[in-house]
Design a protein around this ligand. Structure first.
Ligand code: HEC
Length: 143
């Protein structure tokens, strides 16, 4: 095989590898979004906008679902805290706390929970992503 042909061959291999990587990344985004749509959007909103008047307690004394976009405070929590909130529910972190947010550990596996959170994070502007990444980096319990 001439030099020219093997260079062409290499270029094809690289193109195939890149296409594969892009396809895998896309599949992750889609499934994280799908988990969100199926399990989270009913309360947190199809556009992550949360429930109306989310800062005002409901007649039950509980809080409505906050938005997951930049106007909410999801990005104030480290990765570890977010994962625990979703897996175990806020009540597991604060015993006795009355909340409408269930834990999803029984219905979603760890990968699905992480994918849903990655989807939420992928919608944030750079500032929110930077602040949240810094929270994760400085969380003393972050694995
Ligand atoms: C039945 C309604 C409901 C569903 C479904 C739901 N949530 Fe929530 N979620 C809430 C409520 C209500 C709160 C506010 C909790 C509180 O403080 O009482 C909340 C809070 C949160 C918080 C903490 C936000 C913050 O800023 O402190 C996260 C993170 C979260 N939810 C993620 C999710 C994810 C991810 C899903 C889907 C896997 C989901 N939620 C599904 C109702 C829901």
């Amino acid at each position: 095989m001439s030099c020219h042909r093997s260079a062409q061959h290499l270029a094809v291999l690289i193109a195939v590898a890149l296409a594969g990587a892009a396809g895998a990344a896309l599949a992750e985004d889609v499934s994280g979004r799908q988990v969100y749509v199926d399990y989270c959007a009913s309360c947190h909103g199809a556009n992550l906008e949360g429930q109306p008047n989310w800062k005002q307690r409901l007649p039950t004394g509980r809080l409505p679902a906050p938005p997951h976009d930049a106007t909410g405070h999801t990005w104030h929590h480290s990765d570890r805290q977010l994962f625990r909130i979703v897996k175990e529910g806020p009540a597991a972190m604060m015993p006795g706390y009355e909340t409408d947010m269930p834990g999803f550990g029984a219905v979603l596996d760890d990968g699905e929970i992480a994918a849903a959170l990655d989807y939420i994070k992928s919608t944030w502007p750079e500032r929110q992503r930077d602040v949240q990444a810094a929270k994760s980096a400085s969380d003393p319990l972050q694995p």
